[in-house]
Design a protein around this ligand. Structure first.
Ligand SMILES: Cc1cc2nc3c(=O)[nH]c(=O)nc-3n(C[C@H](O)[C@H](O)[C@H](O)COP(=O)(O)OP(=O)(O)OC[C@H]3O[C@@H](n4cnc5c(N)ncnc54)[C@H](O)[C@@H]3O)c2cc1C
Ligand code: FES
Length: 253
């Protein structure tokens, strides 16, 4: 567990309510893997008391990027950071995506802010792998495709791309699973993860899910982030320490 204070180099607005916070640390950039997260202290005061967890969205040279939307008090404070401020963060934390499995096509599935961890994943993916991305959102402004490749879009209201949810869109492209050796990497709302998990398990498709829950410590001490395990001998895992990325066969959503 490492606490660091690193300088903000930019706060950029990506689209309507979505921001990119960029901060410099050579050491943390080198240690960060796709799917891991940092627990960030969003203000210099004691309010809010708890840190907020954010996926590492990208790493370029010594710059770490975090993607967030303004959700509540913590993310509002984070959106006020400016160049020259320091951010206090713990991490990198948790277990991220495993890119060493045997697959030739990475199928990225993201719902809303679930796009956050994938720029770094694509950065680290071997150039021989093919990529197919499926990105969903409620409406056009909620669709985030930043630094993704080969993107298919679904919106609930049909304002851009396929009219329906991202899982329904994947079903329309399901020939990719028979024509390629795929591994699915997913992050987004629980109903999306659950539908994908059921589909992948039923069709014997390797799938990793990046899960979320409210967190306190972020590194396994407070026991505040349990998720049900599919292993009856140890019924719970901790999202912060055992995850946030789990193989679809290892958890119950
Ligand atoms: C491992 C991990 C990685 C994450 N990565 C990102 C990221 O890259 N970008 C991003 O924008 N967000 C991410 N989140 C979610 C982010 O931590 C929360 O959005 C943030 O804590 C909200 O803080 P806030 O003070 O703005 O809102 P709060 O005032 O704390 O919360 C506002 C409302 O949202 C609910 N809430 C808070 N956190 C969560 C959550 N995790 N799941 C469901 N409901 C929640 C609260 O109960 C409350 O009702 C991640 C969460 C986890 C666990
Ligand atoms: S957040 Fe404390 S154990 Fe996971």
């Amino acid at each position: 567990m490492q606490i660091s204070k690193i300088p903000v180099v930019a706060l950029e607005q990506l689209q309507n309510n979505v921001f990119l916070l960029k901060a410099r640390s050579k050491e943390l950039a080198e240690k960060s893997s796709p799917g891991q997260f940092f627990n960030i202290k969003v203000s210099d005061s004691y309010f809010p008391l708890l840190r907020r967890p954010f996926s590492i969205s990208n790493v370029e040279n010594d710059i770490l990027t975090f993607m967030f939307d303004i959700h509540g008090e913590g993310t509002k404070l984070l959106s006020l950071k400016k160049e020259g401020d320091n951010i206090d963060l713990i991490g990198p934390l948790g277990n991220g995506f495993n890119l060493d499995d045997d697959f030739d096509t990475a199928v990225i599935v993201a719902g809303g802010l679930g796009s956050a961890p994938f720029p770094l994943l694509l950065n680290k993916l071997s150039k021989e792998k093919k990529v197919k991305s499926f990105v969903g959102g409620r409406s056009k402004p909620n669709v985030i495709t930043w630094k993704l490749a080969n993107v298919n879009i679904a919106t609930d209201d049909g304002s851009i791309g396929f009219h329906g949810n991202v899982f329904q869109l994947i079903k329309k492209h399901e020939n990719i699973f028979t024509e390629n050796k795929c591994k699915v990497f997913a992050c987004g709302p629980n109903p999306m993860l659950k539908a994908l998990q059921e589909y992948c398990l039923a069709n014997n498709i390797n799938c990793e899910l990046s899960t979320e829950c409210a967190m306190a410590c972020g590194f396994g001490i407070c026991q505040g982030c349990p998720i049900e395990s599919s292993d009856k001998k140890s019924p719970y895992k901790l999202v912060c320490k055992d995850g946030p990325v789990f193989n679809a066969k290892d958890i119950l959503i």
